[in-house]
Design a protein around this ligand. Sequence first.
Ligand code: FE
Length: 347
Amino acid sequence: MKRSRLTKIALLVLAVTGAAPALAQERVLNLYSARHYQTDEALYTNFTKTTGIRINRVDADDAGILSRLKAEGAASPADVVLLVDAARFWRAEADGLFQPIRSKTLEDGIPVALRGADTGNGSQWFGFSTRARVVVYDRQAVKREDVDTYLELGEAKNKGRICTRSGSHPYNLSLFAAKLVEWGPERTEPWLKGIVDNMARAPKGGDTDQIRAVAAGECSVAITNSYYLARLMRSDKPEDKAVVDRVDVVFPDQQGAGTHMNISGGAVARHAKNRDAAIQFLEYLASPAAQAYFANGNNEWPVVKGATVDNPALDRMGTFKMESVPIAKIGAATPQVQQMLDRVGFR
Ligand code: FE
């Protein structure tokens, strides 16, 4: 009697300790994300469904994520960091917030121009989708041929026409940096001064605000990322339809270097505790299913060859020549651009 009771206890102990490792084995991934698009929910759920890895997500804007990573240092729980724009990837890499990884899937799938420079131990970040920085104009007030190059935005014929967000915003910093790489400083700084001289109003708001300002007649030329326009094109709201009816879009520099492209991408955090799961997640973002989410959900272009796009707004924008300046080079040129902006008074 006594003996069997002891056996029972022993069995119970065994069962409990046996269960403990199974619990500890639940795989998790701590994700810091600056992508706050509703459609991304499906992207994460699908990953958990296929891998069993649970995702803990921290959402913040890009600047917030970078300062949080810095403040947390080695204690940071972050495994994967998702950001947008070359300027920010460059900043984070320079601040030592990422770590290089090797992955045949990522190296085969993602074009060299859309990932961090090889450190010898692999790249520190990878682009998973692209967006174009386009010009939207009032189709009644502006001739297309007056705004189909970036250079013309700084020419006198466009005086009083331009609406833009802040020059220091990463989207603009990266566009200007790409032109600096392409043109050199002698041509770039006067161009920036020309844009300032052509502004219809002081920079304010985000890209969508600039498109709306064109439709409202406050200005007639706006610089915007492509997905903001695509979002308006897909909207059912009458006021958005009215905006889309009033404007047209041009992909600049089709006869030259091509339209400026930027990325949304990801990286393994410097102090990742779940490094394998982090790499697995980045590889998942390069999969056909995830690539389709980017294109169809947030109106961005997939980067992996053969990924399918099923998006009426992207179809309507058509195909175009894309700029080929490596994203890493653009990021590295942004500090010099900021100095130019300060000199020419581009706030
Ligand atoms: Fe954006």
